[in-house]
Structure formats: C-alpha cells, structure tokens
Design a protein around this ligand. Sequence first.
Ligand code: SF4
Length: 239
Amino acid sequence: MKIISVVGTKDTGKTTLVVKIVKELVNRGFKVGTMKHMHQSFDIEGRDTWKHKEAGAELVIGSADETFFLINQKLDIENLLTRTECLLNLDYMVIEGLKYSNYAKISVSSFEDEFTIAKVNAKEITDEGLKELVDLIEKRAYGMLPYMDCKDCGFENCKDMAKAAAMGKVSEQVCVMKKMKDIELKVDGKPVPLNPFVQAFVQNTTIGMLSSLRGETLKDFQTKKIELMIKGGTIEKTY
Ligand code: SF4
C-alpha cells in the first residue's frame, strides 16, 4: 500500500484535491483508502455510538450497510497504517493532512518539505494537470517505512531513503526489508527484520508442522497466507 498526503492550511482545497486524486486512482483500477487527520472528535455528541463511548467502551462498532470502528484512543500514523493493511488489501492510502509525516506529500499551500513531491493549486487544477499529478504519485509515493535503520540500502536510515524516494532518486525497492515480504514478523505491531535464512527456516518449519496436523480443515489445502499470533511471552536478548 502506497501512501500519499495532501497537506495545506485551512480552506486551500485539500478535500477537493483528495476527492479528485481518489477518483483518478480508482479510474486507473487501484483500490484506495482515505484518512483524514482532524483536531477534534468526529463522533457527534448525543448519538448512540457517542453514548457507548462515554460509557467507557474502548471500541465502538457501527454496523449497517457500512461499518465503522471507533477506537477510544489516539493512534499514531504508523499504527493506523499497520491496522489498515491488516483490514483491507489497498493499493493506495490518501491522507488529508498530517504534514509532518515521513510520507510523500502534495502541498496545496506554501508548505513544503523534503517529502513534498508537488505543489498545486487545488481549486484550479485541470484534468490534464490532475492526470500528471497522479502519474507522479504512481512514480514517487511509497509504502510504510520499516523504521529499522539497518543501512543495507546505502542510506543512514529509513527516513533518508524515504526522502530520496520522494525526490524520485531511488525506488523503495532498494529497501532490503521490503523485498523480504514472504515472511513478516511483528512484535506488538512493530516489524522485526528476518534475514533470508531465518525466513526460510520459519516458513519451512511452520508449513511442515501444519502438514502433520490431522483434520479436514487443513487437508490438501492450498494456502495463500498463514497467520499465526502468539499472545504474550517474554523475549530475552541472548547476545
Ligand atoms: S534497507 Fe530498508 S530498513 Fe534498512 S535503512 Fe534502508 S529503508 Fe530502512
């Protein structure tokens, strides 16, 4: 999932541009999610869901033809993106706001930083200009950063690699951790790097163990994805 933010001051057309970008990405066949960074609560006082939350519920779920999850705590951007990746298989996440993140940005005001890939006038952008902008998003936007700072890509840290990707100097594929996607290990939501040997070991032993299980559920089953969650446990460093 690639991430792109639309940033700018109030009433500069952020929502207008987000809507246009989403429509163009969807027209190109991508699955898109959006996120809006807000400074105030978005649940309306007096609503049933608001009453559930006020009663102390940590999670409130609104279920109809649409579903919404209201978690009664502030989550940081990485946490939100990780949870989104688990929920839906999206190609793009378009974020309205979050100008201080380390992801590629489009500015609709005077704001500009090292992650800004374009500055546009959201209210006057033409159809042709929008297509060029979305071409640029396809080229420059990148996915979640591993934040492991292993330096294997030749950059000092993940943030520097991201800056270079936003400037179009490298592709995020230079990140060795992103290439190792067959096996992912996360401890308390944070990705943990596994070298190819450990990846192969975990993959083979898990599949071997599952193959020896009896029961109809796993009989001759062609897997696309295996998920294993271990709740709790103490990890002791051995070096
Ligand atoms: S290889 Fe990936 S994880 Fe390592 S520093 Fe570069 S971007 Fe970060």
